[in-house]
Design a protein around this ligand. Structure first.
Ligand code: ZN
Length: 404
């Protein structure tokens, strides 16, 4: 039977253990990378999910696959004791921890041919190494070390989804439901440089469609109303909502319209990326989009969109987790900084529920979503030991009620 653990956690011993497991860790990471898993290929993602599910079962995990229609399945694996009776459930939730990750990548099938998975220059290279297959394997390794050292003193829930890279459309409810059962969430996304992430921006997407009136640009110029000209005005307007001091950015990423140069265009469109640092800016910017009006009355605007992920604000519960992580890292001999990211992750969802969330606890490396995607091997063992230490230490009781 696992017993209550007395602090302090033997971090140096965990580090030595992680070093001994490093080659196994790299092997499994390679296997996951070889199982290419673009978000839009259900069968491919599921093959990768199956490898992870096997690993979870081998570690004695209680595995549940949440089947999906349009995307790969979600893998839920539970380790450690679960509360014996329903009456103890509240106590379980006080101590239960969610490890959150994903197995899908942005890379299409066949990427490995041009971007092979290989070790070199102190790195493991390849599609999905950093974002985030190494992070997933680090989580398995951390759990394994806790089991072997008798430090697994609570229930740990690992949730790996298959749709994170496309905004988590189907996994979000499961992520939120499982997070609500836990007192802390550790996100296995890559570190930012060497830092973990205590703040992430929220993300919104909008689309603007303009309908104008087509006409011959030479013969009937006066009869036309240019959808492109109206769109250009709208682009100028929404771009002007950017407020860097507030951490609010509005960026028109793609746009199009028109048919031929001698036709006044009857249709034009644009897709807009919005980032917010403050929750309150979500409804504010949504009202602005809803209020967009054409200057040329013969044109019509149709605007759809909304905030997809709320911002992860630097809440007290998160700061508390960060301080624990920093203290454990110091015992391991490195300093762990905190950082703010302009990008979003599934941690945005759990943080917005008021659950203490610390992000960026996965691998250290470079080039997520880029040709030079790779992890730095030297950081694997220390970061895995850190994760194990966090899972064993986490005294997140009260983290929830101190959140604003
Ligand atoms: Zn990721």
């Amino acid at each position: 039977m696992p017993t209550q653990v007395d602090l302090p956690i033997p971090m140096r011993a965990l580090l030595a253990g992680a070093r001994r497991k490093q080659s196994t860790l790299l092997d499994l990471t390679r296997q996951l990378v070889w199982a290419e898993s673009p978000s839009d290929d259900k069968a491919a993602v599921n093959a990768c999910v199956a490898l992870a599910a096997k690993r979870a079962r081998d570690l004695g995990g209680r595995v549940k696959l949440h089947r999906q229609r349009g995307f790969g399945d979600l893998l839920e694996a539970r380790f450690g004791t679960k509360p014996a009776k329903a009456a103890d459930e509240d106590k379980g939730a006080e101590r239960r921890i969610l490890l959150l990750g994903h197995l899908d990548t942005v890379w299409p099938l066949g990427t490995l041919k041009a971007m092979p998975c290989r070790l070199g220059e102190g790195r493991l290279w390849g599609p999905g190494t950093l974002d985030m297959k190494a992070g997933v394997v680090m989580a398995f390794t951390a759990v394994e070390m806790l089991i072997e050292t008798g430090l697994l003193n609570r229930e740990i829930v690992l949730l790996l989804n298959s749709d994170e890279e496309v905004g988590s459309p189907v996994s979000r409810p499961t992520t939120e439901r499982l997070a609500a059962e836990c007192s802390a969430v550790y996100v296995l996304e890559p570190a930012q440089g060497l830092a973990c992430k205590t703040t992430r921006k929220g993300v919104g997407n909008w689309r603007i469609d303009v309908t104008g009136v087509a006409a011959h640009a030479g013969v009937d110029f006066e009869k036309g109303s240019s959808a492109l000209r109206e769109l250009a005005r709208a682009i100028e307007t929404v771009s002007g909502w950017t407020d860097l001091k507030r951490g609010l950015t509005v960026s028109v990423g793609v746009a199009g319209g028109g048919t031929k140069s001698n036709v006044i265009p009857a249709a034009a469109w644009a897709e807009v990326d919005v980032r917010i640092a403050r929750k309150a800016d979500g409804p504010r910017i949504a009202r602005k989009f809803a209020g967009l009006k054409p200057l040329d009355q013969s044109c019509a605007l149709a605007v759809i969109g909304g905030i997809n992920r709320p911002p992860m604000e630097r809440a007290r519960g998160t700061v508390k987790l960060y301080r624990q992580a920093r203290a454990l890292a110091a015992e391991l001999g490195f300093s762990l900084e905190e950082a703010a990211s302009g990008g979003a992750s599934d941690g945005n969802f759990t943080a917005a529920l008021g659950i203490a969330t610390l992000d960026g606890l996965g691998a250290v490396g470079d080039g997520a979503h880029a040709r030079h995607e790779s992890i730095l091997v030297e950081h694997l063992a220390p970061r895995t030991a850190l994760l194990a230490g966090l899972l064993a230490t986490c005294s997140s009781q009260g983290a929830r009620d101190t959140l604003s």
